[in-house]
Structure formats: C-alpha cells, structure tokens
Design a protein around this ligand. Sequence first.
Ligand code: GLA
Length: 735
Amino acid sequence: MINRCCVSAVLSLALCASVFGQEPIRYLAEKKLWVLDTNTTSYVFGVNERNQLQHMYWGKRLWRDADLAADHSLGEWSSFDGVASTTPGEYAGWGSNMYTEPCLKVTLQDGNRDLVLRYVSHEIHGDRLEVVTKDIQYDLFAHLHYRVYPGAGIIEKHAVVENRTSQPITIESAQAGTWYLPPGDGYRLSYLNGRWAGETQLVQEDIHPGLKILESRRGTTSHQTNPWFAIDAPEGNGSDQEHGPVWFGALGWSGSWRFSIEQTPHQQVRVTGGYNTFDFAYPINPGERLETPPFYGGFTSHGFGEASRMLHRFAREFILPGGLSAKPRPVLYNSWEATEFNVDEPGQKALAEKAARIGIERFVMDDGWFGARNDDHAGLGDWYVNPKKFPNGLQPLIRYVNSLGMDFGLWVEPEMVNPNSDLYRKHPDWAMNFPGRPRTEARNQLVLNMAREDVKEYTFAWLDNLVTENNIAFLKWDMNRNFSEPGWPEAGPANEKKIWVKYVSNLYEIIDRLRAKHPKLEIESCSGGGGRVDLGIMKRVDEAWTSDNTEAFDRLRIQEGFSYPYPAQVMMAWVTDVPNYNGRSTPLQYRFLVAMMGSLGIGNNLNKWTNADFALATQMIAYYKTIRGTVEQGRLYRLFSPRAGDLTANQYVSEDGKQSVLFAFLRAQQYGRPTPTIRLRGLDERAVYRVRALDGSKLVEKLETASGAYLQNHGLNLLLTGDYDSTSVLLERVE
Ligand code: GLA
C-alpha cells in the first residue's frame, strides 16, 4: 500500500541553507500542518480530515513548505486493521478500533473507557508549540507540548492530561509521545542493557514486526535498561560511527518508564515512551492534571558518533545545572573502597593529607559517618554524626580538608531506612508497605515512601540542616535498592498507585529546593553505581556514578555504552586498587587513562601506595587537568570499540578545535602483531598540530608536529605491547 506521508517526505529531501532565517515552528494553515525545524532536522505533523493529529515526517531538514501535502488518514487495510491502526496518530488515545500502542488510556468513573482525541487549538511561542486536543465527547483534554532546540537538532515533547469533566478519571497509560520513523523494513535498534556492576552494555538488534518493550518496573531508572534508544537505517550494513542516518531519543524520568518499539504489519516503526503502564493507575479529579515526563528526540545523517555528540552538547547546554558555563569537574578522592564503613576523624584526615599531595580538589567521605552505621545492617535513617567516630562533629575534618585546599563532600542515602534504626522504630509506616504483609529487605534496608508529604518534608529538613551547618560542597546521593511492596496505605486504595509518579516528583522537589537554598551545592546521582542515570535526574545533579564496578577493563564497555547518550562531564570514573572485581590486575597508568575519559576520581587506599604510585598519580592528575576541558566538554569520537577487538581508542576534540586528546588501550598483543593504525577524527585537515605522547617511545613515527590531513588519513601508529598497555596522545593546534 502506498504511504502518502512517505511519498511527500521523500520528494522533499533536498536541503537548502537559505531557509535558516525561518521560524523554527510554523503552522501552514491551508494544509493544517506544523513544521518544527532545527538547523539540521525537520519534524512535521498535521490535522487530518478526521480532525485528528497525524504524524508526517521526522528526519533530515526539509526546506520547501510547498512540498508538503495536507495530511489524510491512511485507508483501512481490512476489517482487522482500520484507520485507527494504519494511520500514524501523533498522540493517540486508546479508543475506537486502535490496536497499536496508545499515548493515553483512561477509565472514567461512569465506566467509559473509549477515548478519541481531536484537535481543538494551538499556540506557537517562538521555539514552543502547544497543541490542545480533546475527547469527542468528554471534557478530557490532552495538551501536547513541543519545544525545538534549533542548534542542538533536538525536539522535546511531553503531554499534560487535564480533567475538565465533573467526574474523576483514572489514567492507565500516559506517554510523552510517539516517535515515527519513515515507513520501512530492516531497521536496527540500539539500546543499553545491564545489571549492577555491569551497566550500560550496548545491545544492537534488528527490528522485526511485533512489539519490543524496554522498561524499568523498579520505581527508578534502573541498572538493567537505560531510557535511551537509537535506530539506524535500513540501507547497506546500517550506520556506523560517522556515517548514516540515526534517529534517537531519551526520556527525562527517574521512575518506572517504558519504551514500546513497534513495527506494525504495515512497516511502520514507532517508539512510544513515558510512564510505565505496569501497575499504573493515576486518578485525576475534576480540575486536576497529570504531566508526563519529557521525551527528547533527534536525528542525524552522520552516524552514532554525531548522535552522541548532539546529545552530549544538548545535555550540557539545556539539561545539566550550570549549562555551558559549568566549570570542568573537580578531581575528587573518595574513601569508600579504601575504608568502607571504617571512617573516623584521624583516618579521614590521614587520607585527606595524602590526597591533597597528588592534586585532589575535592575530598569525599562515603558511607559510615552517621548513626550506628558500622556495616550495612543499621543506621540508615539516623542522619546524625556518629559520636564515636567523630566526637567533635564533622567540622574539624571539614576545616582540615579545606585547609589543604580541597572542598568537602559527603555520602547520603536519603530515601532509605534500615529497620535497625531509630527512624524506623519511630515511624515504621514511613517505609512503603502493604499492611500486614512482609517487607522485603535488600541490603538490609527498606524504601522510605517519598510520595508522603511528611517523609518529603522530613527529608528536606535534615538535608537542609546538614548543608546549612557544615561547609559541604557536594553530596553523593545514593539509592541502593529498588522498590518492593510499593504500598501507600494512607493514600487509600484509589490513589495508592500514584506512588510511582509522586515518589519521583517529590524526590525532584527535594533536590530542587535544596539546590535553590544552597546554590553552590553540587550533587552526584548514585544508585549502587549507575542505577539512576537519565535526563530527568540530570536536570538537578552535576554528575552520575557510572558503576560500582571500577575495574578498568570492564569499565571500557560500561563507559562506551554510557557515552552513547551521556557526556563525559557527568561520567564519574575512579582509579581504584587491584585486583578488583573479576580478580583482574591492570597497571596503574592503564587505570588512570581509563578513568580520565570521564570525570576523574581516585578511590585507592592511599595508605598502601608506594612512592612510585604517588609520583605517577601526581603526573597523571596534572596531565588530566590540562585536558579535562576537552574530555568533559569536547566532542567525542569513538574510534575503536572494546566490543570489536583488542584495541580500544577514543578521541576528544575541544569545542574550539585547539586541543585534541587520544586514549588508546590494548588488551593483549599477539607477539609481533602491530597495533592497528588509528586514524583521527574531528581535526582541521589544513591545520598543524603539535604531537605529544604521554610516553614518546610508544609513537612509531617520532612526530613533533603533524597536519590534520596526515593524522586523519595516514593516522597514528602506536607501539602497544603485552597485556593492558595504554597511552595517550595530546594534540595542540599550532598553525
Ligand atoms: C553504593 C555506592 C558505593 C558506596 C556504597 C556505600 O554501593 O554505589 O559507591 O557509596 O553504596 O555503602
């Protein structure tokens, strides 16, 4: 069957630079179409003859509005597939004979479960568009919000459901929206899968007819799947790092979420994302609203590398606190792997003194400083300083750390309680639970019900006090388990399931209020490693703990996956002692260079270091400080993947193009086999760069300077030998 949307889009693929003066959002009144343009992409949808919203095009930028035809529903295929399923509804309610994934599904108090949304009105304000839709009968409204980020190539969508009827409405599915690809076969899906200590593993698989669900049902983002997807195109062998079309999206939500990736029997590929529909029921009374999380989408013709660079820049400019003017992250020391729960004032001071010597800028004390916290069986919830470990409170340690020229950070886990704690003994009802039923502990702890107003206020108050009374620059905010028995008896049976949404929105509120009151405070999102990394939490934290697995070779894959959606600036990476996880031992330089591809931290037991370790660490940290702007805020080129062979290589180019840094790692050399030539990317071929290898003997051609053309086309040959060899090459533009 011919797809009219597809035909009009294909006819108009030519790109013209002269249109960039146009408004980013235009309404073509005669055709009833909206055109949403970024500098490189176009997104088009309209109102069809049934007065319903219909998607038309998403991809490379179009330039000629005249090419676009008015939208018309696609015909029914048979009595089994009517127009509601064959037509790409822009934001479809579940009603009539619709069988694809809806964006909105409701039950009204009178028993009606049919929802058919029609266009009502719209407003355009610069780069923002709101389209109002309403059910054919009831005063149930869905407001669709779009925002265009022209320079970033990203479009944001979210919806607000509003009840203007006189009866309660229970929302059973509320999605941010659906992304459509040009109809076709043979697409490939990329996503991030994993587990605790093995997060963000890149998975790539063909999309076949049917439905694939990526989700978290855990109340939080999850280690297991991250709310990001990318889909590359059917042509040839698919897209690579630098070539080929890639459509991608990421959801800004730190609770249970869901992506439905469908290929319909009519070769329509669609991705619908928002709140997880599992155990979801959100009643809204007359006059109330529910807002979905934002879903960000982008397209590039230049492969997965460019897709990542677009998301990195977007996150830095529009998501992360501080925006583009945020300073590079401080190099931090964290005592967790050195001391675990055995923290006390003299021990921390001794580590701080050693940390300052190697150039550390932030000293972080991890778990164990509060309540009766000597192991993970007790203390969570009792956020007072342990008087045996710190008889004079935290002030003497903080003052000492500050006197050494470092700022001070502290570990907290505000959403959790150990049953063995004063807080739990006083408020057992504060933990989420179903009355009379078991409460499943994980790491000997239960989850406090942040959806409750009293728990929210209590949590804000102690955090506020802690930060007000102590000179704390940074909180490592941990969450070491997922929800279980997610009951909220006080809310009553009709409202209990709101816990999935309310918990997260209250968590966001606590952090937002804390940051507003303490504008200099920085926060790391940690959840037993990378269990809460997404564009929702990133609006309110400065960095994320990537994984509890700090073993450098394992890290290459974890960090590679992380780098698909998220920038190096937020990717915390520590150097730690060996053997570590896997029982593997890698050289200290290798561990440093792996960690230097993110925001650098040191987690070693400095009391056990040799003079040689201190000397190497001092040199590496000094080197990192000269390149961190480029790594954290520059453009990433993934040159050799750790999934593909023994060599891993990543290159970063500063935004101004003046500096570039290459990291290369060899897992194991076959005797006599040369390291594959590394052809660099992102350089100016006409420019000349000074070439400096961390260890000059590892450069086969002893270059002092080289042109961009040479570096990108001839490439660099490195002498990496043995097991776990590594180096870094620094390029500085001189002409
Ligand atoms: C989690 C974190 C670790 C550490 C411990 C402390 O596992 O991911 O980095 O903070 O908790 O208990």
